[in-house]
Design a protein around this ligand. Structure first.
Ligand code: SF4
Length: 447
């Protein structure tokens, strides 16, 4: 249950000493409740109070991490059912299935597709996150151990076997990479929990109902395992989706702390068709899967999935932005045109793509409009003549070109006169209203 500022305040010393750099204990409590400050900033809280407050203020769906360094995977940490209430926190982690039963060629091809399918979109790097390393249990345990070692060089690991002895052999080699381990059921929970505690690793529990999930979670916590993940087993996509939603709803709405853990789901179990599998993964991603496991990655299926993930996990209250500044496109020279726009990411990517399509090298200069699009920013007073002039003068573009011609978006043509006046020595040229018309506009003027 998330605590309010007033509830946190009750535990504070109330001396208003300001050693936390906040003038009063109440203001400190409000900042902690809003997630802006850590409890550690107050040096006067006992360890017991800190533990009590940390436990009490944990989000309904606990954060669980696995992997290390560049391969760190973050799951959970959510407190809402709908992203308009507050953004969803950690994006659904995408896992790729590797089985110890696969041939060396198949494994190499899978790892290669994991490594190669990486994309840049809207200023973010999009890629898959982890390998789901499955013990086929038909082969010698050493095949599983070797597979885990090989995969650990390229991504985070989720290690899955029903045999604790095989898991321990693998952990002797790869525990250093902090894998998520599993999957524990009713019969072998004690042994898996012992390994999770010994190696300080998160543990995946196989669950097929919320009643079973509650029971297993309770037992695992009593055994001392705090970082849990529900590995959702289901006979059909319908059941899997239903269970995933039920777990999340009971964790958040009913505040069932035994169900407040991330979930991993397996769209690869419900179809042999990769496109359908990807579609199912998208549905699960939209309805609370913290991680999904896919049988294969192909550019034409992974990229749409990554795009959907990026859209679901952006903050709806904050537009995606590009840093304000000068963006050279196509090796511009001092004679190249200077084109102005706002820093809404979508605008940046659409306009920069059209400048690229024109084959006219240019300086694309981006003014900070707090992520608002051109018309909205203009209507809000963030793309006015005065503010644009101040930005252009400060930007350093005058040192890069030997002319003084600035192309502005057609939507702010009404500002052109005032902008020329504010800039002094620049000529303001009104460009097209639609980005799609930029190539023809640039070609007719500069080629
Ligand atoms: Fe209050 Fe602690 Fe901050 Fe001092 S350091 S003002 S006691 S919260």
């Amino acid at each position: 249950m998330t605590l309010t500022g007033i509830e946190i305040y009750k535990y504070l010393p109330k001396t208003n000493c300001a050693e936390c750099a906040i003038p009063t204990c109440l203001a400190f409590a409000m900042n902690v409740a809003a997630g802006k400050l850590a409890l550690e900033k107050c040096p006067y809280l006992s360890k017991e109070i800190r533990v009590t407050l940390t436990d009490a203020s944990a989000p309904p769906v606990r954060p669980v991490n696995f992997g290390t360094g560049d391969f760190l995977v973050k799951l959970g940490n959510d407190g809402v059912l709908y992203r308009h209430e507050k953004r969803f926190e950690n994006p659904t982690a995408l896992g790729l299935l590797l089985s110890s039963n696969d041939s060396p060629n198949q494994i190499d091809a899978q790892i290669e597709s994991f490594k190669q399918n990486r994309y840049e979109r809207m200023g973010s790097s999009l890629h898959a996150d982890y390998f789901y390393v499955e013990d086929s249990e038909k082969t010698d345990p050493s095949a599983f151990v070797e597979l885990a070692q090989k995969a650990s060089l390229h991504g985070a690991l989720m290690l899955c076997t029903s045999l604790p002895s095989t898991l321990e052999k693998a952990l002797e080699k790869v525990a250093i990479h902090k894998p998520l381990i599993g999957s524990a059921g009713t019969e072998n929970l004690d042994l898996f929990a012992a390994l999770a505690i010994k190696y300080q690793l998160p543990l995946a529990l196989i669950v097929t109902s919320t009643a079973q999930a509650t029971l297993l979670s309770q037992k695992a916590q009593n055994l001392g395992v705090k970082d849990l993940v529900f590995s959702v087993g289901a006979a059909s996509m319908r059941e899997a989706l239903h269970l995933c939603i039920e777990i999340r709803t009971k964790a958040i709405v009913d505040k069932n702390k035994f169900l407040g853990f991330p979930t991993i789901l397996y769209p690869c179990a419900f179809t042999a068709d990769l496109k359908e599998e990807t579609l199912l993964a998208t549905v699960l991603m939209a309805k609370y899967a913290s991680g999904v496991v896919l049988s294969n990655f192909k550019a034409e299926t992974l990229y749409p999935l990554l795009t959907a993930r990026q859209n679901i996990y952006t903050d709806p209250q904050r537009p995606l932005t590009m840093p304000s500044g000068i963006y050279p496109i196509g090796n511009p020279t001092p004679d190249s045109p200077v084109i102005l726009s706002c820093n809404f990411s979508l605008t940046y990517y659409i306009v920069s793509a059209e400048i690229g399509n024109s084959a006219v090298p240019a300086y694309f200069i981006i003014k900070d409009t707090e992520g608002l699009s051109v018309l909205t920013a203009w209507a809000a007073g963030k793309f006015s003549a005065d503010s644009i002039a101040a930005f252009v003068k400060k930007s350093g573009i005058s040192e890069k070109v030997n002319h003084r011609r600035l192309i502005v978006p057609g939507f702010i043509s009404v500002e052109s006169g005032s902008l020329e006046e504010a800039l002094g020595d620049w000529q303001v040229i009104v460009g097209p209203t639609n980005a799609a018309d930029l190539p023809a506009f640039l070609k007719s003027t500069y080629l």
